[in-house]
Design a protein. Structure first.
Length: 565
């Protein structure tokens, strides 16, 4: 799978066009915003959203098989095999080697049976000469089912597939493959403790399935086979950018996995929970994806989203590369719809020969929502560092600090509420953002330190605030799922927002807001205990019960001295 991103330049077309679009939405047409809303259950049409209404065009290939010629009659697809020997590209062995059509299927070319391994222990792989193919390399891979009831990892073979005997499978590459092939679940794996599995090829998830590594299972996608003189994999063509790849139309869940080298790609619907993706290509999403309670770290590019992505309790840290790298690298690239809540993006270095931008780069067609999150200590040699926004962005109850050279580079439109910014903002072609330009719109209760570069203009905003008055602690584990930057006890950000304007009921760690009568600005709410004692990290600096005991003791002693006891 390949996951690409790019700029989308949007031009305003005027009110007249808006009127024509409203007319198009009438006459029984189905209104839409995304392609998924336009499926008419007709395999003979290509369905897409031609905003603001759905469009349906005839398809030449109604069964998505290049080895058939198709005709459609009354919504029914009639595929006819093309002549044997016709070249095809959808080689089931992958790679760029292509294959030949035989009996309506694309078969991979081969010279030996070793090249035909389909990684299915319930098939016998062979390189079969094909007499009807009038080409020099007239041999293709064949995969005949082995005898039913032959043993396979975790079960027995049935019709060429492994039928698991239970929902607990061997802690091995084949165990994972057999779970994916069977579908359903949830499947766990008999690891008996932390275990690393090397995968020979991508795990293609082509059926709905739930896989649970229970925090023990690491899948390492390191390429152990020798490359050819041009740096390519051998002829079996199993090169891949991902360890797990979810196909369009498939719903899958991955829980408790560590994925090393190469990463995860999603074109369907994927839930990733309690997992780590590290030392590879990160995560590419073109479908619908939810990431929670997970870490994405030490990748060249952490997350590339062109679909719909929701992140909750996620750490994105120490991703990127140095100058001289051939591709864009860094943390998060968004050209779709991204919502990030209770998450931290920190320590990412953005570089590459083609330039760099924010640790979070919201591209021209992207929509980005950041709530109760921390963006800290990221850097780039270009504009941004923290967030580079070319699209539409909202930031609420968040903390941006220590990003170089900017906390926000505002090329698009940003709306900021209840947020603490310790650094500078910049708008295109200017050293700072002016409120009249509206690149950054304030909804109030924002703080900027140490100067006035973000264009905050509400009466409840503070700017030109000295750093010592912000009293912001270093990034640390202050409780919760992710690291945060705590407020010191003398911070000007404490108790500034009326309860009705707090926007959220908890801070990034899950601590309730407000702790007093007013909420704090930023992602962190300073906790308070009995007697007004305060602390960072989930409790009062002096436990409340000690204060109560001491108070009761003082009262008792005074009463004794008065003779009341």
């Amino acid at each position: 799978m390949e996951y690409r991103f790019g700029f989308v330049f949007v031009c305003a077309l005027g009110l007249a066009l808006g009127g024509s679009e409203a007319a198009r939405a009438g006459d029984g047409a189905v209104s839409c915003e995304v392609d998924e809303e336009c499926d008419d259950d007709d395999v003979c049409t290509e369905d897409f959203c031609d905003e603001p209404v759905c469009a349906h065009e005839p398809k030449d290939d109604c069964d998505d098989n290049e080895c058939t010629e198709d005709t459609c009659t009354d919504g029914m697809c009639d595929p006819v095999p093309v002549p044997d020997g016709t070249g095809c590209l959808e080689n089931p062995r992958g790679g760029d080697y292509g294959g030949l059509c035989v009996a309506g299927e694309c078969k991979g070319l081969c010279e030996s049976a070793e090249e035909c391994n389909d990684l299915n222990e319930c098939t016998a792989d062979a390189c079969i000469p094909v007499d009807s193919v009038d080409v020099e390399d007239g041999a293709v891979c064949g995969h005949a089912p082995v005898s039913d009831e032959s043993l396979c990892a975790g079960g027995m073979c049935e019709a060429g597939e492994c039928a698991p005997a239970s929902l607990v499978l061997p802690c091995s590459e084949q165990g994972i493959r057999n779970a994916i092939a069977a579908g359903g679940g949830p499947y766990t794996f008999d690891c008996g403790g932390p275990t690393t599995v090397m995968n020979e090829a991508e795990f293609v998830i082509d059926d709905d399935v739930i896989l649970d590594g229970e925090g023990n299972l690491t899948v390492d996608g390191e390429i152990s086979r020798e490359l050819d003189d041009e740096g390519n994999l051998p002829v079996d063509g199993r090169e891949s950018e991902v360890v797990f790849g979810v196909l369009p139309g498939v719903t899958a869940e991955l829980h408790g996995f560590t994925v090393l080298r190469r990463g995860i790609g999603n074109g369907g619907t994927l839930t990733l929970t309690g997992s780590t993706v590290s030392r590879g290509g990160g995560i590419g999403n073109e479908g619908t994806m939810t990431i929670s309670e997970s870490t994405v770290s030490r990748n060249v590019s952490a997350i590339d989203n062109s679909g719909s992505l929701t992140m909750t309790g996620v750490t994105v840290s120490n991703n990127g590369c140095s100058e001289g790298f051939a591709e864009l690298c860094g943390a998060i690239f968004n050209a779709g719809a991204l919502t990030m809540t209770n998450s931290t993006v920190s320590g990412n270095e953005i570089g590459g020969d083609s330039g760099g931008s924010g640790a979070i780069w919201n591209l021209g067609d992207g929509t980005l929502s950041i709530v109760n999150s921390t963006v800290s200590g990221n850097s780039t040699s270009e504009v941004g560092g923290g967030i580079a926004n070319d699209g539409t962005m909202t930031i609420t109850n968040s903390t941006l600090s220590g990003n170089t050279p900017h906390e926000i580079f505002a090329g698009g439109t940003a709306t900021v509420t209840n947020t603490l910014i310790r650094g500078v903002c910049q708008c295109p072609f200017r050293l700072f953002c002016r409120s009249a330009e509206r690149n950054i719109v304030s909804n109030g209760y924002n703080i900027e330190s140490p100067s006035r570069t973000c264009g905050f203009d509400q009466d409840t905003d503070l700017f030109d605030v000295r750093g010592q008055d912000v009293d912001l602690e270093p990034l640390a584990d202050n409780g919760g799922l992710t690291e945060t930057r705590a407020l010191g006890p003398d911070s000007i950000a404490i108790d500034r927002i009326p309860k009705a304007m707090c926007e959220v009921d908890e801070d990034q760690r899950g601590v309730g807001r407000p702790q007093n009568k007013l909420c704090d600005v930023g992602a962190f709410e300073l906790t308070t205990g009995g007697g007004g004692c305060s602390a960072t990290g989930g409790g009062p600096s002096t436990p409340w019960w000690i204060a109560m005991v001491l108070g009761a003791l003082v009262v008792a002693l005074r009463r004794r001295d008065r003779g009341d006891l």
